[in-house]
Design a protein around this ligand. Structure first.
Ligand SMILES: C[S@@+](CC[C@H](N)C(=O)[O-])C[C@H]1O[C@@H](n2cnc3c(N)ncnc32)[C@H](O)[C@@H]1O
Length: 336
């Protein structure tokens, strides 16, 4: 099936068509426990019985190379009655098919958020991983609304570089009435791994989370140097970290703003110096640079790392540094 790509952001289409192999190699996977929390909020996972609701039909939009789809397939969404993936980039679909050679081709559709090749009222759940910022607009919401069944749920999940302004991700002046849900009982420990959980959102939780992130930021300062340099290139492309995607829920009736649940988790990952540039090169706005500009970016990253003190490395002899990864999910009910 061929689709009309005119509405799909051309930066996205061009870059993901060309960098899908690198993307698949360097982007982080999704944390399994965090995905379980996400699926739980989507009514697709029961923590008490450890059972997945594989009778529910999940449509994953912007499935890319299948990084998130792996979690679904491992949890039993693996056939045409319960899983459909929709992706506009032929390059991404090529990598996706290599990753899942045994998946029924009927589960893999070439389409976009503007033209989802599915019937009205046919999905129990829509998931978008690392993608909604590319199509955060009313037309996409309307189209997702169309295919969701009554009482259906829409869920977004992102991995993001936790850096000094990370707290803007959950500050929301547009959605006054929403809930935050974290993964575990208490702030687990203020070192190494940051997983926080406190049931329903209350103002003091936000304060605690801010404190946690501020604490984190003391340690992220070295990674921030690199991230902030890279962010000087991302001005004109839609990005999760810009937070504009939230505003699309403000003046619309397709989804119910007072049903939102959000979860966050943070962790440290180690990364070798020679893997740092490829990690950032997979960003669309770096992929689209000329070879000369890419070399400049690579050299600048190397210069920043060469300026680190020994203590800034996890292992100086192997040039291993620490990066900080945040993950965020957002779940909202359809209004029908
Ligand atoms: C950063 S990748 C995420 C891929 C995958 N979900 C993952 O978690 O790694 C963003 C994906 O969004 C897709 N995309 C961009 N615009 C889209 C649209 N309007 N509808 C559906 N997918 C779109 C891109 O082709 C790309 O595969």
């Amino acid at each position: 099936m061929s689709i009309d790509h005119r509405s799909v952001n051309p930066n996205s289409l061009n870059s993901f068509n060309s960098n899908h192999v690198l993307y698949d190699q360097v982007r982080p996977d999704y944390d399994k426990d965090f995905v379980n929390s996400f699926l739980h909020k989507l009514n697709a996972y029961n923590f008490d019985t450890n059972q997945y609701r594989n009778d529910l039909k999940i449509v994953e939009i912007a499935s890319g190379t299948g990084k998130f789809t792996t979690n679904l397939i491992n949890c039993g969404w693996n056939n045409k009655s319960n899983l459909v993936t929709v992706e506009p980039s032929i390059g991404m679909i090529e990598s996706f098919k290599k990753r899942f050679p045994n998946l029924n081709p009927e589960c893999i559709l070439n389409g976009s958020s503007y033209e989802i090749p599915l019937e009205d009222n046919s999905a129990d759940i829509i998931i978008v991983a690392q993608g909604y910022h590319w199509f955060a607009d009313t037309n996409s919401l309307k189209e997702m609304y169309r295919i969701l069944k009554p009482k259906g749920k829409l869920g977004f999940i992102w991995n993001f570089d936790a850096s000094s302004n990370a707290h803007v991700f959950f500050q929301d002046e547009n959605l006054e009435n929403y809930s935050l849900d974290y993964q575990n009982d208490e702030l687990k420990k203020l070192s190494q791994e940051f997983i926080y959980n406190s049931g329903n959102f209350i103002k003091s939780d936000v304060k605690k989370l801010e404190k946690l992130i501020n604490y984190l930021c003391i340690n992220t300062s070295k990674w921030d140097l690199i991230a902030n340099y890279i962010y000087s290139y991302d001005i004109n492309v839609p990005q999760y970290r810009h937070g504009k995607w939230r505003k699309t829920f403000k003046n619309q009736d397709f989804f119910s703003r007072n049903t939102v649940f959000e979860g966050f988790t943070f962790k440290n990952l180690n990364i070798a110096k020679d893997k740092v540039y490829p990690y950032w090169e997979s960003r669309s706005y770096i992929t689209s640079l000329s070879d000369k500009e890419k070399l400049k970016v690579k050299n600048e990253i190397d210069n920043i790392i060469d300026g680190f003190d020994d203590k800034d490395f996890v292992d100086e002899s192997k040039k291993i540094i620490r990066m900080f990864l945040g993950s965020h999910f957002f779940v909202i009910d359809v209004n029908k």
